[in-house]
Design a protein around this ligand. Sequence first.
Ligand SMILES: Cc1ncc(COP(=O)(O)O)c(C=O)c1O
Length: 372
Amino acid sequence: MTPVEQTTTPATIAGIETPAAIVDLGRLAANLDRAASYATSHGIALRPHVKTHKSPVIAREQLRRGAAGLTCATVREVEVMSDVTNDVLFAYPPVGGPRLRRLLSAPAKVRLTVSLDSEAAIDALAATAAAARRTVRVYVEADVGMHRVGVTSADRAVALARRVAGKPSLEYAGLAFYAGHIRQPPAAQDERLARLNDELGAILDALSAAGLTPTVVSGGSTPTLWRTHELPAVTEIRPGTYVYNDRATADLGVCALDDCALTVLATVVSTAVPDQAVVDAGTKALGREPLDDASHAGFGAVADHPDVVVSRMSEEHGILDLRSTSWRPATGDLVRIIPNHVCVVVHLNDVVYGVRGENVETTWPVAARGRT
Ligand SMILES: Cc1ncc(COP(=O)(O)O)c(C=O)c1O
């Protein structure tokens, strides 16, 4: 069996074998344009995170619109994206021999930057880079409130920057952070952005006092995207989700549901039980991703009936709760479901269909799929 089950592109969505990931090409282009023109108009470098789309086709569109380079979380993403850019940031701790050796095997033409937060990572990266006879640029990663990775004090940032600067195979290039804890509507982010400005300021002051002023300050997420210009220190942003958006992003008030470009096309396979319809998209098509606001139910919403959510799932079954609507889909009908978390859904697919209305215009492989 080939990895892509359906090899010919059907003319309309009625010919797509479901469940399938379909992308509204008009919405995708609008999302790409909006972020590119925001970054350009504010003089901020856009280095999109490819974890959302994992596709050189979309990456090329981002670069064509002025992206300065790409951000990756896996080595597979680095390898695939090396075909479309010479400038890659690996924004994941470069820890573990197999990961490091494979990373350093990226084509020599690629300017490789890595963000990290430990002496162990610096020393291993320096040794592997030296063995590979290449120089790797390094961003020191700071934790600014998400409490995931990153050093938690300015002193630690200085210590790591100094250690990087002392390694002949490494180049100290900047400071990185990820404000993944800021998940409010843009208008409600004032307090957290002010705190972030203060924390960044303290780290940057300490680095400058040590003679280690970073040339790049790399941040950015989709929820904070449109307010980046209020973080004057930031020179580069790495949003990922913005290309497709999803129900979680809309639920946060960061985009409208109509900005969600990717939906899961599903077929109603049963209406036998009253007040519900069962579609062929369960956890293996939608993931089991909750919304931030736990009071907002469901694992996805029907695009044309957003009050109808996928309330329960088995692996291949999604249960649409119809109790609050008069809409009654028939067995065999196609529905489009806006997933809660699009990045996970993309990762569950070998191929994505590009559509305009009912017409299928193109397909592209999720070429950088895989955990590693
Ligand atoms: C380090 C890092 N940078 C950037 C992003 C992109 O953020 P978003 O998906 O909110 O656009 C992520 C997403 O998880 C991330 O982990």
